[in-house]
Design a protein around this ligand. Structure first.
Ligand code: FUC
Length: 747
């Protein structure tokens, strides 16, 4: 049973609400008695960007700074390092240091709340659930007379509406007043007409226009408009359909499109004409078509317990109820990705699509020094490729502003983005010393574009979408690598290891990212039969490039080119292991051993996403027990009652990264072979899964006992050889496109 369940209304937003969403729209269900709260989001409702009251929206240097970069490089050449504060003083744009935020960057906004003052009272029987298989949230309880009342909510992607329905076990018992709880007082107008609330506003900061409409429909009883609210009395049941939009458009440089009113009206009109059952059936079919692709059975038995108690009682052992939480958590990550990322909208941000604040942590933005990328780690392996389309389009959309930043700050071709970005193409810099600089982020972002091709083999996508972005990111580095004054190898300088240490030349992560970028880009050019000369230049540069893989004095993988690592360092970013995961270039036995030493030293703590990353690291090191103990640690210390990951505060990357980690424990395919059960923990001795994807166009299922595959099921999308490897066997299976195979390797 893949259901989150609670015996109480959400006492507050973070950690207790039940999230539903269709990518563009999100809603958080409180399930409160008396006044029900359904908090709303529209993913493009952002302050900042063009039109913002604050200047500096791109992060590019407002003036030319001839020689600034070279001055920093010289400082590093002479002294070996430069402090983040020094470098931010030379290369940054004064922002954090002067006003405490990035001028013009903006923040993701709360859309407001639907408030339903429900009549009838309460006498008991309360339950609040979120069914991951149908993507329906529900609240049931008995009113003062013991009549069972039910509320149901879902976010339909095909209809682009959020739908709620209130029913009662006895006719005439549904009554409520629906009103809008503003998050932007003074900036909007709310009207009610013919059972429809209309909210229209303009953000004071940047003039962004937004609109939301909610239509109330009733069976029986009466429905009346009263000013800015709709009142329902004595109904048998009632339905509301909500939609919203803004005039944001993902188009550089203006980032504005048509007024949302017509679109919102059309969506609400269309949904309001259809029977509830039909809307719900369409939603359920749409959701199941994605969610239902992966099944995971570890021998779990879901106890009859609310999810918060299940979580509180979790021991990280091998009990069927611990496994119930582990499988639920894995599938919840898939649910959250579907709900927060569907084609036609922005990608999932730091909180997916859910945000109840106008000044959320880190602006609820797109952090590109790991967080945005991590959000999409599960998309391909956990069989949700469609959910990554917003990511792919977003990254493509960063090229135009990123090109301007490359010219402004570096004076070269190519495109860059640094540590964080927003829906308005912020690709430049601020001056928060520990996270303002990361020109290598683009290389990391495009690797994940290439991953899609590795999974599905779609050459049209590679040619038209991924490769141009990869090529332009690689061009940037061809123009920006420097010979190291010490050994002549090509290095990134200034180089920074995310949020850690000093600026140096040739830090491990940037070197590994650039090396990987050059390799993937050259390989893609070969696949496409294009740019032979350019690919040749990439290979030549790659030969001279410092690979960023060095074993240090205590056996660790060095984070910097000099041996500076402190064995007592517990920093959450383990950037020097990029080549282990998500990269693939850390394969030599001595490097694998060093990676293990580094992970041991960094310890099993960390913020939510850091622990999730470590699940993936240990899975790549083929240590299933350590991977599971990381996952258990995350469940015990970084998971809120509604199973949202907490950094703290709530941050969705940890959820999504952990789901990717579980997939990585069960199936890996980054090294040219399809590895079954590569990191199976001893606690998962028997089990089965279906629907995980491997590179090469394979969908794989395995049933195992005592850690050994008893049956392998494989469907091939494109044909070709599936080089299957697993405990005790190796088999090269010739496949045909569209065919399915079942094998019993043990026999
Ligand atoms: C990165 C991390 C922080 C936080 C922020 C949103 O900068 O280092 O821990 O997750 O992103």
């Amino acid at each position: 049973m893949l259901t989150l369940r609670y015996d109480e209304p959400a006492p507050d937003w973070e950690g207790h609400v039940l999230p539903i969403g269709n990518g563009a729209l999100g809603a958080c269900v409180f399930g409160t008695l008396g006044t029900e709260r359904v908090q709303l989001n529209e993913k493009s409702l952002w302050t900042g960007g063009p039109g913002s009251a604050e200047p500096g929206a791109s992060g590019n240097w407002p003036e030319e700074r001839p020689g600034a970069l070279d001055a920093v490089r010289r400082m590093i050449d002479e002294r070996g390092s430069a402090s983040p504060e020094e470098v931010a003083g030379i290369l940054g744009n004064p922002s954090y240091s002067t006003v405490g935020h990035i001028p013009g960057f903006g923040a993701y906004q709360n859309f407001g709340e639907l408030l339903l003052d429900v009549t009838g009272g309460f006498s008991g029987g309360y339950r609040r659930t979120l069914d991951l298989e149908t993507a329906v949230a529900a609240v049931t309880y008995e009113d003062a007379d013991g009549v069972v009342l039910t509320r149901e909510y879902f976010a339909s992607y095909p209809a682009n509406v959020i739908v709620g329905r209130l029913t009662a076990a006895r006719p005439g018992r549904v009554g409520f007043t629906l009103r809008f709880g503003t998050a932007h007082p003074g900036g909007e107008e709310v009207t009610a007409e013919a059972g429809r609330l209309r909210v229209r506003g303009v953000l004071a900061d940047n003039g962004l226009v937004y609109e939301g409409q909610v239509q109330v429909l009733t069976e029986g009883g009466t429905r009346t408009d009263e000013g800015d609210r709709v009142v329902v009395t004595g109904a048998d049941s009632a339905v509301f359909v909500f939609s919203a939009g803004t005039d944001h458009a993902p188009v550089h440089p203006g980032y504005r499109g048509p007024d949302p009113a017509a679109r919102v009206t059309a969506a609400v009109d269309a949904a309001a004409r259809r029977p509830y059952g039909e809307l719900r059936a369409e939603h359920e079919a749409d959701h199941r078509a994605l969610f239902g692709r992966v099944r995971l059975d570890l021998g779990q038995i879901m106890p009859d317990l609310p999810t918060d108690r299940l979580l509180a009682g979790y021991e990280g052992g091998a009990s069927p109820s611990d496994k119930a939480l582990e499988t639920l958590y894995f599938q919840y990550g898939r649910y959250l990705l579907i709900a927060s990322s569907r084609p036609g909208s922005l990608p999932a941000n730091l909180q997916g699509v859910w945000n109840a604040s106008n000044s959320p942590p880190w602006e609820s933005d797109y952090h590109t020094n790991i967080n945005l990328q991590m959000n999409y780690w599960p998309a391909e392996p956990a069989n949700l490729a469609e959910t990554a389309v917003p990511y792919q389009e977003f990254v493509a959309g960063l090229r135009a502003p990123g090109r301007e930043t490359a010219r402004s700050i570096f004076g070269t071709e190519g495109w860059v983005v640094h540590s964080n970005t927003n829906p308005f193409g912020f690709t430049g810099v601020h001056d928060w010393p520990t996270s303002f600089w990361m020109p290598d982020a683009a290389g990391w972002l495009v690797r994940q574009l290439y991953e899609r091709y590795l999974f599905d083999g779609d050459e049209g996508y590679l040619r038209g979408h991924a490769y141009p972005a990869m090529r332009e990111a690689a061009e940037f580095w061809l123009a920006n690598l420097r010979p190291d004054v010490r050994d002549g190898s090509l290095v990134v300088s200034p180089a920074y290891s995310p949020e850690h240490g000093d600026f140096t030349a040739g830090a491990a992560m940037p070197q590994q990212i650039v090396r990987d970028l050059f390799a993937c880009t050259a390989e893609a050019a070969r696949t496409l039969g294009v740019d032979a000369e350019f690919a040749g230049r990439l290979r030549t540069a790659a030969d001279r490039l410092d690979p960023g893989l060095r074993v240090g004095s205590w056996g660790q993988l060095q984070e910097w080119k000099a041996d500076l690592d402190d064995p007592a360092d517990r920093h959450r970013h383990v950037s020097q292991l990029y080549a282990l995961h998500p990269g693939t270039q850390l394969t030599a036995p001595e490097h694998l051993a060093a990676a293990r030493t580094t992970l041991e030293a960094r310890g099993d703590g960390g913020t939510g996403w850091s622990m999730a990353w470590k699940v993936n690291f240990w899975a790549r090191l083929k240590d299933g027990d350590r991977a599971l103990s990381m996952l258990s640690g995350q469940l015990r210390s970084s998971t809120l009652p509604n199973l949202w990951d907490t950094h703290p505060p709530f941050q969705i990357d940890g959820n999504l990264g952990a789901t990717a980690g579980v997939a990585e424990m069960l199936l890996q395919s980054h090294a040219g072979v399809v590895e079954l059960l590569p990191a199976l923990p001893s606690a998962w001795r028997a089990g089965s899964f279906d629907g995980l994807r491997a590179r090469g166009g394979f969908t794989v299922g395995v049933t195992w006992t005592d850690g050994v595959p008893a049956e392998v099921r494989l469907t091939s999308a494109r044909g070709g050889t599936a080089r299957l490897r697993g405990p005790g066997f190796a088999l090269d299976l010739e496949t045909r496109a569209g065919e399915s195979y079942a094998l019993s390797p043990a026999r």
